[in-house]
Design a protein around this ligand. Structure first.
Ligand SMILES: Nc1ncnc2c1ncn2[C@@H]1O[C@H](COP(=O)(O)OP(=O)(O)OP(=O)(O)O)[C@@H](O)[C@H]1O
Ligand SMILES: [Mg+2]
Length: 364
């Protein structure tokens, strides 16, 4: 799903789709980019070309909404100066995405599906078809009945246009836009995995939740708590400590309960337990919604985002949610990390999952 069709007058023709391009993940507080060297043999091990990140000043974006497009354009211009990129693939914030599933008759001609879904859109999301840009994917089903499940992802037209125009103002050409969890899934869900997995993106300002089945994003949601709140609560307990020191505390003692001094543990768990409850309620919603479909049960939770470095986090979530939670192998679909040495340490890699997934779009 590329949220591409309705932009066909704006984006270049399909022959451009194979052009070398860079994955660009725009979060509220950072822009991260990745590209692989072009390869004519997509099954070959990918070779990383360029990567990096640029800090986005506060209040330029809020919960994925562009508040200051001029400053965003200057961040994108800085990115362009650094990388000399022309074509980019851009992620869109899951906070602004509307995703729903519906059914259509299997005999509907492909060219009629889009207009059929326009009617369904208004029944399912709070935006009219006129104001929306949407794309869909037919979910593979082996059912014998006459209908096929379709998943639709929609955004306010204005949301996408703001991103599009900020890119164009920086002389960049977006080849596609994608919901960030969809791109993240391309990087971190192993290519051959058919189980349903939940993706958690524990960033700085918020925690994204996505559910992926057979490579398709079926659900997204946002929890308004991120790693920034962990720092805040630690500062309340420990005083005015530098951010780098807080990062070290998160990484080395984290959720491990001290024997004499339990203050760090107690501060962190007060936030993490809220995130855990929010994840649990989304899992419960998902399982009740599709209670009779075993293939839709969440078999695994994959953790991404810089804040998943928190020591003890996968163990705590596995124990309290009853589902195996693991930190992501963000390079897993690009190259084997036992054969190729990744360009930076694992702890820096978790925040790059979305940008890597966007860059992989090029090569698959
Ligand atoms: N090595 C690390 N150890 C511990 N925490 C880290 C590490 N690296 C980053 N973080 C934390 O992760 C957060 C940044 O994560 P990430 O890069 O995924 O966020 P972001 O994409 O910029 O923000 P968001 O997605 O919330 O808008 C920060 O709160 C930072 O303190
Ligand atoms: Mg992020």
């Amino acid at each position: 799903m590329r949220l591409f069709n309705a932009l066909s007058k704006l984006v270049p023709p399909p022959s451009y789709i194979a052009l070398p391009s860079m994955g660009v993940d725009i979060s509220d507080t950072s822009l991260k980019y990745v590209s692989f060297l072009p390869s004519l043999r997509p099954e070959k091990v990918k070779v990383l070309d360029v990567w990096g990140d640029i800090t986005i000043p506060e209040n330029v974006l809020q919960r994925g909404e562009i508040k200051d497009s001029k400053t965003l354009t200057s961040v994108l211009s800085e990115f362009k100066d650094k990388t000399k990129a022309d074509f980019i693939r851009v992620s869109l914030p899951e906070e602004r995405a509307y995703i729903f599933e519906t059914e259509i008759k299997k005999n509907v001609p492909v060219k009629e599906i889009h207009s059929l879904l326009e009617f369904r859109l208004e029944e399912n999301v709070p935006i009219s078809a006129r104001e929306a840009i949407f794309d869909y994917e037919i979910v593979a089903s082996d059912d014998k009945n006459q209908t096929a499940k379709v998943v639709v992802a929609a955004y306010q037209r204005e949301t996408i246009m703001q991103y599009y125009e900020a890119c164009r103002a920086a002389a960049l050409t977006p080849l596609s836009f994608e919901v960030e969890a969809q791109a993240m899934g391309r990087a971190v869900v192993p290519n051959n995995m058919t189980d349903t997995v939940m993706l958690i993106d524990f960033g700085k300002t918020r925690t994204g939740v996505g559910i992926i089945n057979n490579g398709t994003l079926l659900y997204t949601s946002t929890i308004d708590i991120g790693g920034g709140q962990l720092s805040q609560v630690l500062r309340k307990t420990l005083g005015d400590v530098a951010e780098s020191e807080l990062t070290a505390i998160k990484n080395t003692s984290g959720l491990i309960r001290g024997v004499e001094d339990t203050r760090v543990y107690e501060s962190l768990i007060s936030i993490i337990s809220v995130i855990k409850d929010e994840i649990a309620s989304r899992m419960q919603y998902w399982h009740l919604k599709d209670s009779n479909r075993n293939s839709r049960r969440i078999k695994k939770i994959i953790l991404c985002g810089g804040s998943v470095n928190l020591k003890g986090l996968p163990e705590y979530l596995t124990e309290s949610l009853g589902v195996s939670c693991v930190r992501a192998d963000v390079w897993g679909n690009a190259f084997r990390t036992d054969l190729v040495v990744p360009p930076f340490e694992k702890r820096y890699s978790y925040g790059y999952a979305t940008a890597i997934g966007l860059a992989l779009k090029n090569t698959v």
